[in-house]
Write a protein that binds this ligand. Structure first.
Ligand SMILES: [Zn+2]
Length: 236
């Protein structure tokens, strides 16, 4: 199993690694990685893998049969190669800001409106939220955005740690997204925004709420009875 360094330290921008296997000249498994694989509503990272002077662009990262696979743009990597990984940090950091912001918004929707989040997708330039709520209008959502922005001005630490499944599931609202945590998962990773929210999550987050900056409401769509879709984005 690849050591997923981003789960412990989401601020690691580069690392050394050893190539474990290469499939079809382009799907690379490493012994350790800083590259987040697409999943849980968070897009995959991009960046590069260096072998000496040879530079391989990482164009896609996914999880296949439990292994993190890095797709590179050209052949040349083989097992046991010593490589250096470099993350496209600007892209990742924006995604971290969006992801932590999403947890706050999900928390407000759940606490203030009793809305259940049915989908959440981070994109590079915006964030999509789907939730079920009978009474919805733009002004109400705008007040949630304002409330979130007030929180983003505060110095609030964000922590992550694992808990045994049973203990984790006792936390009210710990699973707000429709993401499934199959029974064979015995320990859940909890992302805790101190005093504000706890959520089971496998993504990369900021260390402090302040780093989000501010967000703005982009647009809302009706997707049928009680189904709402809204977009927000980071203000650069
Ligand atoms: Zn999340």
């Amino acid at each position: 199993m690849t050591n997923a360094l981003f789960l412990d330290d989401s601020y690691m921008k580069d690392c050394d690694a050893t190539v474990v296997s290469v499939k079809d000249d382009k799907y690379v498994v490493l012994d350790r990685t800083i590259f987040y694989p697409k999943g849980g509503g968070q897009p995959h990272d991009v960046g590069k893998i260096l072998k000496g002077k040879d530079e391989f662009q990482v164009v896609y990262v996914g999880k296949f049969s439990g292994e993190i696979s890095h797709e590179v743009d050209h052949p040349g990597l083989t097992s046991n190669d010593q490589v250096h990984c470099i993350l496209d940090w600007d892209r990742r950091y924006r995604l971290m800001r969006s992801h932590t912001a999403s947890h706050i918004l999900a928390s407000i929707l759940w606490k203030d409106a009793g809305a259940l989040i049915t989908g959440n997708q981070l994109e590079i330039d915006k964030v999509r939220f789907d939730f079920s709520l009978e009474n919805f209008d733009r002004e109400i959502f705008q007040t949630f955005i304002s409330k979130a922005n007030e929180l983003f001005k505060k110095d609030v630490p964000v922590l992550w740690y694992e808990l045994p499944r049973e203990e984790a599931l006792k936390i009210p609202g710990v699973i707000k997204m429709s993401e499934a945590f199959p029974p064979e998962v015995s320990r859940l990773r909890i992302v805790e925004i101190a005093g504000v929210d706890k959520q089971a999550d496998g993504g990369t987050h900021l260390k402090n709420l302040k780093e989000v900056g501010q967000i703005e409401f982009l647009k809302a769509e009706n997707k049928g009875k009680n189904n709402r879709r809204v977009y927000f984005r980071l203000i650069p």
